[in-house]
Design a protein around this ligand. Structure first.
Ligand code: GH3
Ligand code: MG
Ligand code: MG
Length: 455
């Protein structure tokens, strides 16, 4: 489905003109003739972008924008204020009420389409975040998007070899509270400068370097990929600006740079960078949730099976031994029965801590389930693994557990079963089964001991 755009103008001819231009590019266009109707349409028809005329009878464009931005149902929809070029004061007002961008009447085709495209790109990121929030990804421990955070000033890097224009840009942005570094100040292009910035402004007029190459460079590298890039171009350089967009720039500003336009785009694009960062953090966190056991912080069973599978399929698996140990707490049920489930949980945490502290960094310590743990020992022969298992058993049994809420020191022990991969096409489950057999022998042999199945 094509994206829907809401055109708001009190003059019929203006609405018709914009509608025709946008429909020619296959946008789905709806119209409103005044501010009240625009607000109603924004709520009921959820447009992707709103083009908003300033001068209208009744509530004007600013008041309409202010109301749209104050309503959580419509605050996220980018608003483009359509103003006359002479109305500098008006644009300042537009910025204050939260407009994302400006267009000048009479509306030029190129400017119109580039505005729409830049905001569509911005929407792609913002929508993704909202979808996840709505689907409950954000519930529980995941932090909600802090709107105040999004409003904070941006950190901007200006890449322009012309001292005059870059100083002017920097000055203007600093007046608005943004943190700015120019290429000249940073003493040349360094990866460091890019890493710190949220937003990069690249002049396509630069001659000392190829600005298009720089746009491509930012998008190619993992650390700078999420940066938003705004290119500054001369009116006769439209093709170059389009090329920059193809290479991944997120927006453009034509010279002579109009201050309010620039400020609006800096605000919108730095917000885009922040949305991407939030999304990325969420994804990282989501992956972590999927492989980490929440009680102990150890890897969970799913991760354990994946890692075993990966290790067993290594080309070198036939030559280098892999051993595993299953550790099961002895008579753990008694802890729960006597001191309660919470005390039991705390015992599990302390056992997990001792397992971690007494294994090598290359070992993978997992909570297999309940009161059972598994330690995967890559490149470890079974005799060595038995020694390690014995050390782990002792580390648990040696010192009594002091558990919060439990009036006495608890003697906790575990039994262990060790098995090694024999290199004959065994699966992770085969290996687990073998170590389970050894564990069974340790239990029936009196507990607090380690048994093994030799290769
Ligand atoms: P054995 O020496 O034969 O292993 O005896 P056991 O009591 O340790 O073994 P059993 O399998 O009979 O009982 C395990 C207990 O572990 C029962 C279950 O309630 C408890 N348990 C499993 N997961 C958790 C957990 O996450 N927290 C707590 N507190 N208890 C758990
Ligand atoms: Mg047990
Ligand atoms: Mg058990």
């Amino acid at each position: 489905m094509s994206a829907r755009i809401l055109v708001v103008d009190d003059i019929e001819a203006n609405r018709r003109l914009l509608k025709a231009k946008l429909e020619a590019k296959y946008y789905d266009v709806i119209v409103a003739e005044n501010g009240e109707k625009a607000i109603t349409a924004a709520k009921s028809d959820s447009p992707a972008i709103i083009l908003l005329d300033v001068m209208m009878p009744g509530i004007d464009g600013y008041e309409t924008c202010r109301r749209l931005k104050a309503d959580p149902d419509t605050a996220h929809i980018p608003v483009v204020m359509v103003t006359a070029l002479s109305e500098v004061e008006d644009r300042i007002k537009g910025l204050k009420v939260g407009a994302e961008d400006f267009l000048t009447k009479p509306v030029d085709d190129f400017a119109l389409m580039t505005r729409i495209e830049a905001l569509m790109r911005y929407n792609t990121v913002a929508d993704e975040l909202r979808r996840r929030e709505a689907s409950g990804m954000a519930s529980g421990s995941l932090e909600a998007v802090d709107l105040e955070d999004l409003k904070k000033p941006a950190s901007v890097l200006i890449i322009d070899d012309n001292p005059r224009s870059s100083v002017r840009l920097a000055k203007r942005l600093r007046e608005e509270g943004h943190t700015v570094v120019t290429l000249l100040e940073s003493g040349g292009l360094s990866a460091e400068a890019g890493r710190k910035a949220e937003l990069v402004i690249v002049s396509l007029n630069a001659e000392k370097f190829d600005p298009l190459r720089i746009c491509a460079h930012f998008k190619m590298h993992e650390t700078t990929r999420s940066l938003s890039v705004i290119v500054v171009f001369d009116p006769h350089d439209q093709a170059k600006a389009m090329k920059a967009m193809e290479l991944g720039a997120s927006d453009m500003v034509v010279t002579p740079v109009e201050d309010q336009e620039l400020l609006a785009r800096v605000r919108t694009q730095s917000r885009r960078t922040r949305y991407i960062d939030i999304l990325r953090r969420r994804v990282d966190h989501g992956m972590e949730l999927a492989v980490i056991d929440q009680l102990t912080g150890l890897h969970n069973r799913r991760y354990m099976i994946n890692q075993l599978d990966r290790l067993l399929k290594r080309p070198s698996a036939e030559q280098s031994p892999i051993s595993v140990m299953i550790a099961d707490i002895d008579h753990f049920k008694r802890v729960n029965d006597t001191y309660g489930h919470e005390a039991g949980d705390n015992v599990l945490k302390e056992v997990a801590r001792r397992l971690q502290a007494n294994t090598r960094p290359t070992d993978i310590v997992c909570r297999h389930g309940g009161e059972e743990f598994m330690i995967i020992m890559p490149d470890t022969a079974v005799e060595i693994a038995c020694k390690a298992a014995e050390r782990i058993r002792r580390a648990v049994a040696a010192d009594a557990f002091e558990i919060e809420g439990v009036p006495v020191s608890l003697d906790v022990t575990l039994s262990g079963g060790v098995a090694a991969y024999t290199g004959s096409g065994e699966s992770p489950l085969d290996l687990i089964k073998k170590s389970d057999e050894a564990l069974y022998r340790a239990k029936s042999g009196g507990r607090n001991r380690v048994e093994s199945v030799a290769a």
